[in-house]
Design a protein around this ligand. Structure first.
Ligand code: NAD
Ligand code: MG
Length: 399
């Protein structure tokens, strides 16, 4: 293996992608960018290509690929521009790649993330939706290929750090009683319930502690993010939903905790900056500088904890139900949520309708056992179409 780790960043123009490039830029002696992908911000992708000079860049369509190829050639770069899902899978599974950062948002990230897993890469998983959708298949592929799967979600990265190295033997076998999954509670934690009807996308995206992409910001506001994370934790750590307790912790300084049978509770703390879990996973099992300022406990001063309010946040309850139902339920939950969140961001529905649309979709369709990826993709497609029908029935105007 080359002394330089070859890294593909899927979703390089996003919040996690840019944080990853920031960390990588601090360690040119360790990492080299092999491929970068972008979807809508192609001018930004071009600027990143000029800076990191990757072997490949991936864009959504052939016309955009041609344009970027012409521009990069004119700038004297040898970068080859690919396009579409096949291009993403190619740079995720390429034999010369060591590490893949899976930071595409939503179900679109599933095929390339799975391709990286099947090729036995070190996979840094930010794209939680991919694991939520395909859970058992994804984890079976990890086992079969010998891929090293490291969580980037700050909570799961914290849990990974607090678990013993041999946790794959089973949580009870290593003395774990519970996983305590922390949640900030988002921007609407204390808003009077009646006002949730009128919140705007801008308010939903203004997270008190974290700066993130728009979809995950809305998920944080509805607490669907915590619901997806509950499902993600079940798969990553082979836990039952009942072994995971959600704890609202508004300061986002403790990123999650593990409760052991002897009464010890281990936590991972740090400033809310995704460069910490990204650096941890990139360098694991070593440690590298991330550029994150040291935690100032005197400035933090206090840490608060509350039980989550499922009346305020029905998405959390729906996700727990989907986790318990298993089969195609999480894929349907995820797909309905993606459609509803996009509609909310386009001001086509009100914020509380996100949960009611997901509820309707889950009630409209029986849960099936997951046999293969086609079962998952069919459930995803069906849920999207049911959610679109709910939108059609929603006659609200601008909010
Ligand atoms: P973002 O919206 O900032 O970036 C998303 C990236 O995905 C962009 O590069 C975009 O070009 C690409 N993309 C979007 N749609 C695509 C499609 N259809 N095909 C191919 N590429 C597409 O999102 P983000 O905040 O960086 O989040 C990325 C993932 O990481 C999400 O799954 C999110 O849940 C997870 N995550 C994010 C954070 C955070 O702090 N931002 C924390 C934990 C987990
Ligand atoms: Mg998280």
């Amino acid at each position: 293996m080359s002394p330089l780790q070859q890294v593909t960043v899927l979703g390089a123009t996003g919040s996690i992608g840019l944080s990853t490039l920031d960390v990588i830029g601090r360690h040119p002696e360790r990492y080299q960018i092999f491929a970068l992908s972008g979807f809508s911000r192609l001018t930004e992708l071009e600027a990143l290509c000029l800076l990191y000079r990757p072997r490949f860049a991936v864009v959504p369509e052939a016309a955009a690929a041609h344009q970027l190829q012409v521009d990069l050639r004119a700038a004297g770069l040898a970068t080859e521009v690919l396009h579409g899902p096949a291009g993403l899978c190619q740079v995720a599974a390429h034999p010369e790649v060591d590490t893949v950062m899976a930071a595409i948002v939503g179900a679109a990230g599933l095929p390339p993330t799975l391709a990286a897993v099947e090729a036995g890469k070190k996979v840094l998983l930010a794209n939680k939706e991919a694991l939520v959708m395909s859970g058992a298949l994804f984890m079976q592929a990890v086992k079969r290929s010998g891929a090293v799967l490291l969580p980037i979600d700050s909570e799961h990265n914290a849990i990974f750090q607090c678990l013993p190295g041999d946790y794959a033997r089973g949580l009870p076998q290593v003395g774990v009683r519970r996983i305590l999954l922390t949640a900030s509670g988002g921007p609407f934690r204390e808003m009077p319930l009646a006002q949730l009807q009128d919140v705007t996308p801008e308010q939903a995206c203004a997270h008190p502690n974290w700066s993130m992409g728009r979809k995950i910001s809305v998920d944080s506001a509805s607490m669907m993010n915590k619901g997806l994370e509950l499902i993600e934790a079940c798969w990553l750590f082979d836990a039952k939903p009942a072994q995971i307790e959600v704890v609202v912790h508004p300061q986002s300084v403790i990123h999650s905790l593990v409760d052991y049978v002897d009464g010890s509770v281990l936590a991972q703390l740090g400033n809310p900056d995704m460069r910490t879990p990204i650096s941890h996973a990139l360098a694991w099992p070593e440690r590298i500088d991330s550029g994150v300022a040291p935690l100032d406990l005197f400035a933090v001063a206090r840490l608060d904890f509350q039980a989550p309010d499922e009346q305020r946040f029905p998405c959390l309850r729906l996700a727990r139900q989907a986790a318990e139902a298993g089969g195609t339920a999480p894929a349907m939950l995820n797909a309905a949520n993606e459609v509803a969140v996009a509609a909310f961001l386009e001001r086509r529905i009100r914020f509380p309708e996100i949960a009611s649309i997901i509820d309707s979709v889950l009630n409209a369709e029986a849960v099936r056992a997951v046999e293969n990826l086609d079962t998952v993709l069919a459930a995803d497609k069906r849920a999207r179409s049911l959610a679109q029908q709910c939108l059609g029935g929603s006659s609200r105007g601008e909010v």
